[in-house]
Design a protein around this ligand. Structure first.
Ligand SMILES: [Zn+2]
Length: 190
């Protein structure tokens, strides 16, 4: 596979996640409308092979550095892989995620890729990408109109003992004594 010269130059001939020079390949970052180098990253064989399925956990400590890349495609890969690691219970990955700021467009791109690869076992995550579990407590990060119930659940409302649903984007919880479906992305783990 011929690697795009501009991409090679941007990456300075190293894996954009771990800096390795072995088995470099052009990795198309999924679920973007374009396939130019702005939507690709130069990855080594290990990073390429384990993207989305991290098994060599220590290898992925490299994300603590590479997540600060100024290249959106690299930020997206780092965010997704950290999310996958956090879902496996790696607290350092969660700590990094908590620090990683993505602009709205980049974040939407990152999340779209995760949503597309979802299956029934996909984690339900809150607005910070923190995994939510059955029985957790969350707070609302914005006012939510509860349709049909005639009230607005205010930002900051604590919802205790949530339940997960079949849809990783939704949780169930009681607000004002009524069991309702809530959008996980508008919640923050308490
Ligand atoms: Zn690598």
């Amino acid at each position: 596979m011929t690697i795009d010269k501009t991409l090679l130059a941007r990456a300075n001939g190293h894996c954009e996640l771990c800096s390795s020079e072995e088995g470099l390949t052009e990795h198309a970052v999924a679920h973007s409308s374009a396939s130019d180098i702005d939507h690709s990253a130069l990855l080594c064989a290990t990073c390429h092979g384990e993207m989305g399925q991290p098994t060599n956990i220590n290898h992925w400590r490299c994300l603590g550095d590479s997540m600060w890349s100024t290249v959106p495609a690299v930020q997206v890969l780092a965010w997704r892989q950290l999310t996958a690691l956090a879902a496996q219970g790696e607290s350092w990955a969660q700590d990094n995620l908590d620090m990683l700021y993505l602009d709205d467009e980049t974040r939407a791109w990152a999340e779209a890729g995760v949503a597309e690869s979802d299956d029934d076992s996909a984690p339900t995550v809150d607005s910070n990408g923190t995994r939510l579990q059955e029985g957790d407590s969350v707070t609302l990060i914005k006012d939510l109109e509860v349709k049909g119930a005639g009230f607005t659940a205010k930002r900051g409302t604590l919802v205790k003992n949530i339940r997960l649903t079949n849809n990783p984007l939704h949780i169930e919880g009681k607000v004002n004594g009524i069991q309702i479906v809530l959008v996980a992305a508008y919640m923050k783990k308490a």
